[in-house]
Each structure stands twice: as C-alpha cells, then as structure tokens.
Ligand binder design. Structure first.
Ligand code: BG6
Length: 534
C-alpha cells in the first residue's frame, strides 16, 4: 500500500497561491494498472515517470499497484530497479525522492508472459487476484497496451478469454444493491490502425471483447495543457466565440514542427510517414477541438460528438486539387542546432531508396456553416528548424482603413495559441507609435503559462492516466472519431499510392534544418498568404 499521504518523510507540498480558490483535485478509486509491453521505451520514458509524478503530487489513490507484463524473465526487484533508473532519468521532478520511491516501488510487480498464450493470462489473473486481495484494490483494473500495435488484438483477445476485463452492465440497467461492480478499462496506444480498413477491423475486434465505455484510445496531444486550454479559452470566455467563424477568420495555420529526425525509430517510421504519424491523430485532433461547435456539456460523449462532426465535415481533396493542396517531402542532409546531420535515407533502419514522407503540408476545408470558405493550412515535419506546435488564427483585415498610407504597416490580427514549448497565447494587433505622427506598429499581448501560474504544466501522460483511472474518457478518442479521421487521411494515401504506381509525383527533399520544400511555401503564396514564422 502506498503510504505517501501520511508518510512522515513525504516531501512537503506547499500550497500554490495561484491555485487558491480553484477546484480540489479528484482522487481515483483503489486500482491496479497492468502495463503490457513493460520492457519497452514507452513504459520507461513516459508511463512509470508519469505514475511516479502523480504519486508525488498525491493524485493517485493510496491503494494502487502497478504490474509490468512482458516477455523477458526478470524478478520484481530487477524490474523495480529498472523503473527507478527510468524515473530518475525521465520523471518531471528529478532526482526522485528516495523515501517516496521506496513506498511507491513496494507496489510495483512484474509478471513474465506471452501475449498470445492463454496460460500466461491465467497466471496474470492469479497474480492480480493475490495483489488485489493483499492491497485491498477491490478488483478495479486498468490494462495499458504499450506493446507493438501488432499485439493489440491478441492481448485483447487473451484478456477476454481469461475473463480479466468483463464488460460493464448495459447502459441504463438497474444498479444491483451494494457497492458498484469493479471496473476494467483498457488504454490503447497509437497507432490505432494504419488506414481506414485496419482501424475498422481493430475496432470490430476489440468490440467483441470490450464495451466502447471501457476503451481509452490514447492521443497524447489531448493530454497537453494547452490543447485542453483551447476548450477553456473558447467556451469559458464570452468574447472569442463570436469571432470564431468565417465572418472574422481569414485562415488558420496549424504547425507541428520537430527539430529531431527519426532517431532510432526508422523501422516504424518507414511504415508510417508524417501523415500517419502526426496528422491523422495529433493535428486532426487539435483541429477538431479548435473548430468544433460548443458541446452541450463537458462530458465525454458531448465533446466527442462535436469533434466527430468536424472530422466528418472535412472536405475530401479532389484529384484535381492535389497539386495545390497537398505537399509531401523528405529531409535530406543538412544541419540541426548548428551540427551537420544526415538525411532520412541515411538513418538507421531506413531504406536508401525510401519514399516515406517526413514532411507534409495540407490545405483543407471544413464544410460547415461556421467554417465554409476558410482555408486551414496544416504542416508537420521532422528536422525542421525548431520544435514548435502552434495554432495561428489569422483574422480578416479591418473593413475600412482610416489611416491612409500611414496604415500600410497595419497587419491583420493574429491569435497564436502556442501548444509547446513556451505554452501560452498571444494576440497581435496594431498600435500607435508614441509621437506626434499617426504611425502604426504591430504589438503583442501575451499570456504565458509559466509566468501566470508559476508552475510547469504536467506531462500529457500524467493527465491521461489519471483521467482513465477516474473513468473520464473525454480526452481519449472514440471509435467513430478514429475511423472518420482515417477515412479522410486514407484518401490521401490512396492518391499517393496511385502517383507512385504511375511513376508520377517524385518525392521532393528539403535540407534538414529548413522549413520544408519550396512547394510548401507555394501552397501559401498561391493564395496570397505566407506561413507565419512560429
Ligand atoms: C508521436 C510520434 O506520436 O508524437 C513521434 O510518433 C513524434 O514521431 C511525437 O515525435 C511528438 O510528440 P511531442 O509530444 O514531442 O510533440
């Protein structure tokens, strides 16, 4: 049992005066979290560090256990030591607190097994039952699928066969007297399918074992503070929503830029490419939160119903528009952070003749009353000049320019929502320069998370793991959302496949450290616009 709340050695948490008067945190029920793929990178870099940080912030239940499950045979002790090293390296607050760690580590266990082997799951069931009994966890379970995607289906089948994750009673069924039945929830990592057909097949397969209410498909962008703040910004303030439409907005730019290359993930990236890796999930999720109608409530289905409508309203890009609406490219050798770096084709596990895109830029439209006629420009790439994720809302010009030639320097207003790094929001507008002349200069009004709240935002995984334990799936993607975004993206892939088959559409390159190929700029200049320098 974690004794952190009362342990004398637990670090003192000082009240944050900037949070005074804000709602108290919710604490989940006692539970066990089983992590499949516990030997992998995700468990080491993200999951265990996130769980440790949640413990530190006293957001986990006092009775909580972690069971790592993977193929390697290691003891509980060895696994705990590995996780300690991982947390020391990756947890948000480092170095870890030794006393807190010993209490935390006492409830970390390891179970060796194979994902397709029924006996391994029966052994897991027995082990879980023992742990639950000893720690008083009431049988509440979260299963985290941090395995390669090829194992998602078999793990879920095995969970079902071992009766480890029974379905909840049907919605509206009368509640039996006494305590509610224990919960069993399953978190599924990305990628969820590789196209519309595979995503549909995976959904069908999962639904044979689990109810949609038990499924938590992760898109870690939804766990980022600034992405969630989009909802607050739009719907907790009265002044932005009236201008959030085609009468006031000229166009919107969404940039998801990374300075890193594919690093050690060449094998995965070869099969994915930027469109699958970043656009189908992260950028389309951000877009749907940005563009959706106000939901009738802040609950999982109301929010996801509205996001789904945006994804369904994405206009398919017709073949005739492909050249002017879709750009893909691959990074060639160049420089990053002042150092020479190799091109994508020279990266480990990448084919020397690879045709995988590491950059994509798109112009798209949302066919809805609110957004009709407003172009959305999306771009994402690896080995760009810096890491930045941003939404920039470019408003229309003032309808009448009063200031004649002196007003030439007036630029349309831009609202920049910075998702990372330097999380915050800035509004650019024109202001009079001090002095006798009516000179106008662009200025900016800024809000920054760091300075306004005096805290660094938590890691996305912290928020998402906590939400799952609390049974809140608002920030997870629903089956129909995933399918709608694949339906749109898969058409682009099909068109690319046709181009490749016909020998057309050679993949352009861009030097590492640049903002992509010239074609990405042409996509904007053809419309008399330019990418904002984020
Ligand atoms: C992952 C992609 O989903 O998101 C990676 O697979 C990418 O290729 C990463 O680097 C970006 O996430 P973040 O949080 O660093 O912006």
């Amino acid at each position: 049992m974690f004794e952190t709340p009362d342990a004398p050695s637990a670090p003192a948490v000082l009240p944050n005066p900037l949070r005074e008067g804000l709602a108290e945190e919710r604490v989940p029920e006692p539970a066990a979290m089983v992590i499949f793929g516990a030997s992998g990178d995700l468990a080491h870099r993200k999951l265990l560090p996130a769980l440790y940080s949640l413990t530190r912030d006293r957001l986990l239940p006092a009775r909580f256990a972690i069971v790592g499950f993977a193929r390697r045979a290691v003891s509980d002790e060895v696994f705990r030591e590995e996780m300690r090293a991982a947390c020391n390296e990756h947890a948000r607050r480092r170095p870890i607190d030794p006393d807190l760690w010993s209490a935390f580590a006492r409830n970390i266990f390891y179970q060796q097994g194979e994902y397709e082997d029924p006996a391994s799951f029966l052994a897991l069931k027995q082990r879980l039952a023992d742990i639950e009994r000893t720690l008083g966890l009431h049988g509440n379970r979260v299963f985290y699928l941090a395995t390669p995607p090829s194992s998602f289906a078999s793990v879920i089948r095995s969970l079902g066969e071992a009766e480890l994750a029974p379905k909840p009673p049907p919605l509206g069924a009368p509640q039996p007297p006494g305590a509610p039945p224990p919960f069993a929830r399953v978190i599924i990592e990305k990628p969820f399918g590789t196209d519309l057909e595979t995503a549909r097949a995976l959904n069908r397969h999962i639904h044979e074992t689990l109810d949609e209410r038990q499924i938590y498909r992760i898109d870690h962008y939804l766990g980022k503070e600034t992405v969630q703040n989009l909802l607050v910004f739009r719907f907790a303030n009265g002044i932005f929503e009236p201008v959030w439409n085609n009468r006031f907005v000229d166009h919107v730019q969404i940039t998801g830029a990374e300075s890193i290359g594919v690093e050690t993930r060449g094998g995965y990236f070869e099969q994915a490419g930027s469109l699958r890796d970043m656009v189908q999930n992260h950028l389309l999720q951000v877009l749907s939160l940005f563009a959706m109608e106000p939901p009738i409530a802040f609950d999982p289905d109301a929010v996801r119903d509205e996001k789904l409508k945006v994804l369904k309203a994405l206009r398919y890009i017709p073949a005739s528009d492909f050249e002017t609406h879709v750009v893909r490219a691959q990074y060639a050798a160049g420089s990053s952070g002042g150092e020479a770096v190799r091109g994508y084709r020279q990266e480990p596990h990448v084919s020397p003749s690879s045709a995988t895109e590491t950059f994509v830029a798109l112009k798209l439209f949302i066919d809805s009353w609110r957004w009709a006629g407003v172009p959305f420009y999306l771009r994402s790439g690896k080995r760009l000049p810096k890491r930045v994720t941003e939404i920039a809302v470019h408003f229309k010009e003032a309808p009448h320019l009063l200031f004649g030639r002196r007003g030439e320097s007036i630029r349309p207003n831009v609202l920049a929502i910075r998702i990372q790094p330097d999380e915050g929001i800035a509004l650019n507008f024109g202001s009079k320069l001090p002095g006798p002349a009516m000179e106008i200069a662009p200025v900016s009004m800024e809000f920054r998370y760091g300075s306004s709240f005096g805290v660094e935002p938590p890691e996305a995984y912290e928020r998402l793991l906590l939400d799952c334990l609390l049974g809140d799936s608002t920030l997870f993607t629903r089956a129909d959302e995933v399918e709608a975004s694949w339906a749109w993206v898969s058409r682009i892939h099909r068109r690319w496949a046709e181009e490749t088959a016909s020998g057309a559409g050679a993949l352009p390159t861009y030097p590492a450290g640049s903002w992509g190929p010239p074609a990405a700029d042409r996509l904007m200049t053809a419309d008399g616009r330019a990418w904002r320098l984020p």
